[in-house]
Design a protein around this ligand. Structure first.
Ligand code: PLP
Length: 389
């Protein structure tokens, strides 16, 4: 047995691994569990994308190493996609990096830009992989609380002056996991000014860029004037095209950050399998009917869930994007973990305790819209039977 490095030992504990273990004990007893705790899209990849992959895999050129830094055709497709969807000009040669999924890019960026003890501003609650990236870079994390009274947007004025002066990098994520909040233009304008004033690089995680409700399409950070001077956006095929298992995404924006990502990746990988890159380009360039359908499906599920939980007396806010609802823990419970354990034991419903997303996540649970409307309604009915509200 070999000891793990100090670096590995400093990585944050995978909070949700213990939840999976608890769920398995209930499943093993033969109970019908409704699992709303995870973030894994339940629908298959659209047929036309699978077909593009099937054809591409037969190209013997693709059986060799893919070109370092990705296929030009995919980077050009990214530029076409950003122009068509967001009106943003992107130079495929210098402003796009191909990633093994969004997670890879999010974890790589701190290692690309930071030195030990540099400060990173991280949203809390937030996607836990930001913490992993910060730890791997041996940097320091300063949390930006996301509070309901601020529509789950950070309040830059309330951050410690000292931390802001030391900060070199910040993460943002809208539509937001876990709160379901979305950002508007004025918040992104304020972000660009704040980042410029304080010389901070912004990494906007746009994983849920395709999922926005009530007729409001999520906006790209790069639509904001000056955004490319101070940041990048990370996009993934996982959610938009139900391609979570394919492991492909991209970073787009500031050329110096893109160059740093590419340089790090030159040392670690070659590039994503070209057949996957070809299918990904096909996804971006094809009519986006499948994306409209996906968004409509999540909106119907959101409506079903929110209506059903309000009907049982649970006073909740409806998410405006992403595929998560962020629901307050009823007063009679001391913590989000106690409440989620209770739901698992007594209703066989799994929700993710908010504290797993940071200390400001305490008081909430995250519910995924990743099953049918009927199952979401059934979950609400099972919770109703517990007479909590
Ligand atoms: N960012 C957020 C906020 C996410 O929720 C996820 C996945 O759950 C990702 C990034 C990473 O997605 P992937 O690595 O599959 O591209």
């Amino acid at each position: 047995v070999f000891e793990q490095s100090h670096l590995l030992n400093t990585l944050p504990k995978q909070f949700f691994a213990s939840l999976v273990a608890k769920v398995n004990t209930i499943v093993e007893k033969g109970h019908d569990v409704i699992n709303l705790g995870q973030g894994n899209p339940d629908q298959p990849t659209p047929e036309h994308i699978v077909r593009a992959m099937e054809e591409a895999v037969r190209n013997p050129q693709y059986h060799k190493y893919s070109p370092f830094r990705g296929q030009t055709f995919l980077k050009e497709a990214v530029a076409t996609f950003y122009k068509r969807e967001y009106g943003v000009e992107v130079d495929p040669a210098s402003e796009v990096a191909i990633l093994f999924g969004g997670k890879a890019g999010l974890v790589e960026v701190p290692q690309c830009l930071l030195n030990p003890d540099d400060v990173v501003l991280v949203p809390d609650p937030g996607y836990p992989d930001y913490w992993s990236g910060v730890e791997l870079a041996r940097a320091k994390m300063e949390v930006m609380p996301l509070l309901s009274e601020n529509q789950f947007l950070p309040d830059y004025k309330s951050l410690s002056r000292d931390a802001v002066e030391k900060a070199k990098l910040m993460f943002l994520n809208y539509p937001n996991n876990p709160t379901g909040a979305t950002a508007n233009e004025s918040f992104f304008d304020e972000t660009v000014s704040f980042a410029k004033e304080n010389d901070i690089c912004v990494v906007h995680d746009f994983a849920y860029g395709a999922i926005g409700f009530d007729g409001k399409r999520p906006i790209s950070f790069l639509q904001t004037t000056g955004a490319k001077d101070i940041g990048i956006e990370i996009y993934t095929f996982s959610k938009t095209y139900n391609m979570a298992g394919w492991r492909i995404g991209f970073a787009v924006g500031n050329p110096s950050v893109i160059e740093a990502i590419n340089l790090l990746q030159d040392h670690m990988y070659v590039s994503v399998f070209s057949a996957i890159q070809e299918a990904a380009a096909h996804a971006l360039l094809s009519p986006q009917t499948c994306v409209e359908e996906l968004n409509a499906r999540y909106e119907s599920r959101r409506n079903a869930l929110i209506t059903a939980v309000r009907e049982i007396g649970w006073d909740v806010l409806a998410p405006s994007g992403s595929f998560f609802a962020w629901l307050p823990v009823p007063k009679q419970f001391d913590s989000s973990e106690e409440f989620s354990d209770f739901l698992l034991q007594h209703a066989h419903v799994v929700v993710a305790p908010g504290v797993g997303f940071g200390e400001y996540g305490e008081g909430y649970v995250r519910v995924g819209l990743l099953t049918s409307e009927d199952r979401l309604r059934e979950a609400a009915q099972r919770i109703k039977a517990l007479n909590l509200f």
